[in-house]
Design a protein around this ligand. Structure first.
Ligand SMILES: Cc1cc2nc3c(=O)[nH]c(=O)nc-3n(C[C@H](O)[C@H](O)[C@H](O)COP(=O)(O)OP(=O)(O)OC[C@H]3O[C@@H](n4cnc5c(N)ncnc54)[C@H](O)[C@@H]3O)c2cc1C
Length: 531
């Protein structure tokens, strides 16, 4: 009876082929694979800096004893049907869902309000956008069960390590159906084909424990009494009160910001980023990153991360999706917004990434000052609207009717300031229309992007090519508004028991960091209730 431990460097054809790996580990220990009762990979990360690609791997081999089913403590979800305490959660994205599940572990009943549809109906709503039919403003790539995380790429890494327990977030995803590899890959990724069923399981956990989940319930009013949030009301008349309100509505819920201002709750403008999505053939990115013609059978689709400074502002890649697709991510007709996603196998022939320019509050034109706290939001909308109008104008020249097509330009043409007379193949399903984005983007953004792409072409030889296409607009990488909160209690600065969390609060960004933010707010509420 033993557990043999390994910490080794291997070539990809062994590290990414479990049968081969098992034979290899057994050979090292002089064992027969039939002597073993199981193998578990504990961590795996790829190092492609040198021509000879190496994989650092740690693993365990079980001999004569059973491999435990879970490597982490199973979450203890309690029956909260008759709990004395309940918390209202507005929004069922990662921040709202993880807060709800955490409250249940502590015996508190969550009541979730979600403006959009369940994941199954949401898939149908999204298909209508991709077929250029219609956009449901309540159910799309950003709104609906699971939030913007549901049809996302599902990359689960974050640089905000100090925000909380990243591993616990991965474990909760795994517990609800994510594949084992998210627990050991250095860059874990779920994939948009698997996320919807995981999100559905999370809702089932909440409901089976006695929590409530109100779909199609768009909150339009907070219930506040004596400076304290006590509940909320949805447009369909559903109203609930509780011990606290967690506001987890994401950064595309512009109406929530309006609602807060109407209820005299402070907001602040915040820096954000604007740019485009760039798409290359995946084979080209593989050949640059792996220094070989073909990545072969075992290596994962290659990714990259790029950053430079141009004229005092950061220009950087964001949400890179190897083997992915560019998708229409607007929540409002007439605004052009794109994002990226990929399926679990990352097997599309395209590699896309947001390339964005940092926008500080002081960079936003004075003409937007009238919008006060919402000036960043208004600037963002203006950029997205302008891209849509330009795209429509270009389409009208060829008598094409525009619905959700997006403006696009070959990358080298953009950098050289040339119109693209043809466009390469692109993964964006509604279609792309050749548009001179170098003119359509604001000059400070456009010029920084052009220089940024030149720098990236030097860092990754072959990146700056006309085989690549840029698609507008990548404008929702972070929120242009902050809902200010007390750093100690996480409550809104002017309203007790109101917890703005996740990406829409301006304090978090991405799936994992938003999930941790939701858990942190739940912990604050638990402390408050239990003392
Ligand atoms: C296509 C795409 C791909 C992405 N890929 C990745 C990725 O790979 N990795 C990563 O880390 N991040 C990715 N992101 C970003 C990530 O999805 C977000 O950062 C994350 O979902 C934010 O979580 P959240 O809970 O704060 O908000 P959201 O996920 O935006 O959820 C907010 C929820 O609130 C609901 N809501 C809004 N207003 C109301 C209201 N008035 N009443 C009731 N409900 C309301 C919305 O319908 C939504 O469900 C991607 C985003 C998109 C769009």
């Amino acid at each position: 009876m033993a557990i043999e431990k390994f910490n080794i460097v291997l070539p990809p054809e062994i590290a990414y082929d479990e049968a081969h790996l098992l034979r290899h580990l057994c050979r090292i220990k002089g064992l027969n694979p039939s002597d073993t009762t199981g193998m578990r990979i504990l961590s795996r990360s790829i190092d492609a800096r040198q021509r000879q690609i190496k994989v650092q791997l740690s693993a365990e081999l079980y001999v004569g004893e059973n491999k435990p089913a879970l490597t982490y403590p199973e979450p203890q979800y309690r029956d909260v049907t008759t709990s004395r305490h309940q918390v209202i959660i507005v929004g069922s994205g990662p921040a709202g869902l993880f807060a709800a599940l955490h409250l249940i572990e502590h015996g508190i009943k969550p009541i979730v309000f979600e403006r959009g549809n369940d994941v199954s109906q949401r898939k149908r709503d999204i298909a209508l956008i991709n077929r250029n039919v219609t956009l449901n403003p309540e159910s799309n790539y950003c709104f609906g069960e699971g939030g913007a995380g549901t049809f996302s790429d599902g990359k689960l890494y974050t640089r905000s390590n100090k925000r909380g327990d990243i591993h616990r977030v991965l474990e909760i995803f795994h517990y609800h159906g994510a594949a084992d590899n998210i627990l050991f890959e250095s860059h874990p990724h779920i994939g948009s084909d698997r996320l919807p069923s995981i999100i559905k399981h999370m809702r089932q956990t909440i409901l089976s424990c006695g929590g409530e989940f109100h779909l199609g319930s768009k909150v339009d009013k907070l219930l506040i009494k004596d400076g304290r949030a006590i509940g909320c009301r949805a447009a369909n008349g559903i109203e609930h009160t509780g011990d606290a309100v967690i506001l987890a509505t994401g950064h595309s819920a512009h109406d929530i910001y309006e609602m807060l201002l109407n209820q005299n709750l402070t907001l602040e403008p915040k820096g954000f980023a604007i740019g485009v999505r760039v798409e290359h053939p995946q084979a080209l990115i593989d050949s640059i990153q792996y220094h070989r013609e073909d990545r072969g059978q075992y290596l994962p689709a290659a990714s990259y991360r790029l950053v430079t400074q141009v004229d005092g502002r950061g220009v950087y890649s964001f949400c890179m999706c190897p083997g992915g697709h560019i998708v229409p991510a607007t929540t409002t007709p007439n605004l052009c917004v794109v994002n990226g996603m990929s399926a679990s196998h990352r097997n599309s022939p395209f590699a896309n990434s947001g390339i964005v320019v940092e926008v500080r509050v002081e960079d936003i034109y004075k003409s937007f000052d009238n919008y006060k706290e919402l000036k960043g939001l208004q600037y963002q909308k203006t950029c997205e609207g302008k891209a849509e109008i330009e795209c429509r104008l270009m389409a009208s020249r060829s008598h094409t009717e525009v619905k959700f097509q997006a403006p696009a330009q070959r990358l080298a043409d953009f950098v050289e300031g040339r119109f693209s007379s043809t466009l390469p193949q692109c993964s964006y399903v509604p279609g792309i229309i050749s548009t001179p984005l170098h003119k359509c983007l604001d000059k400070p953004i456009s010029e920084r992007l052009q220089q940024g792409f030149r720098d990236f072409g030097k860092k990754m030889r072959g990146f700056l090519t006309n085989e690549a296409v840029i698609v507008g607009m990548e404008s929702r990488s972070s929120s242009p508004v902050r809902i200010p909160r007390n750093p100690d209690t996480m409550e809104h600065v002017a309203c007790e028991r109101l917890y703005p969390v996740g990406e829409g609060s301006g304090y978090a960004g991405g799936i994992t960091s938003s999930a941790m933010d939701g858990i942190n707010a739940a912990n604050k509420i638990i402390q408050l209730i239990k003392t």
